[in-house]
Design a protein around this ligand. Structure first.
Ligand code: ADP
Length: 154
């Protein structure tokens, strides 16, 4: 094989894998979950990013490790502060759909400098002008790294 065709192979391979093929189960909390409980969840579930849903179960926001650390080192009572007031909120969440490629997801992770993306499907409700989104999975840097390792195993 020439170098060019090897690169073509890799390029085609990573564009063939879809988000739905590698997505993982997201850890989700409610907007009124306390920062304290969110931190406990982070440890118990062995994850770095929590996805936050509203009362109806739709995507409301994202909370990262550093979001929680920032509050924990401040003067706020982490038992009282809900994640809903510290999270990064919709519509500012970077997302992917199940049919997107892993390559598109990796590009978004790099461009927006985040660790994880929620995998979402839009739900248009009667009378609503904007869509709401169900969280059906997550794509993380760990996912992408595993695919990279698999490529190395060829
Ligand atoms: P950390 O900085 O804790 O290592 P991230 O780099 O993922 O984790 O998060 C950096 C910031 O971006 C945090 O404020 C977080 O709320 C926000 N964030 C994380 N994931 C997303 C996302 N998918 N879309 C938008 N913002 C995000």
């Amino acid at each position: 094989y020439s170098g060019k065709s090897v690169m073509n192979f890799i390029s085609e391979y990573i564009k063939k894998i879809k988000v739905k093929d590698v997505k993982r189960v997201p850890v989700v909390v409610q907007e009124n979950t306390s920062v304290y409980d969110a931190i406990v969840t982070l440890f118990l579930e062995d994850t770095g990013t929590l996805f936050v849903m509203d009362e109806e179960g739709y995507l409301a926001g994202v909370v990262s490790r550093k979001d929680l650390l920032k509050i924990a080192i401040g003067n706020m009572d982490i038992h009282k502060v809900p994640v809903g007031i510290i999270m990064t909120r919709m519509p500012n969440i970077i997302t992917v759909g199940p049919e997107d490629t892993v390559y598109q997801a990796a590009k978004k992770i790099v461009e927006h400098e985040v660790d994880a993306l929620p995998v979402i499907i839009p739900v248009k409700k009667e009378g609503d002008t904007t869509s709401k989104y169900k969280i059906v999975g997550k794509i993380t840097k760990t996912n992408i790294t595993k695919i990279f390792v698999e490529l190395g195993n060829y």
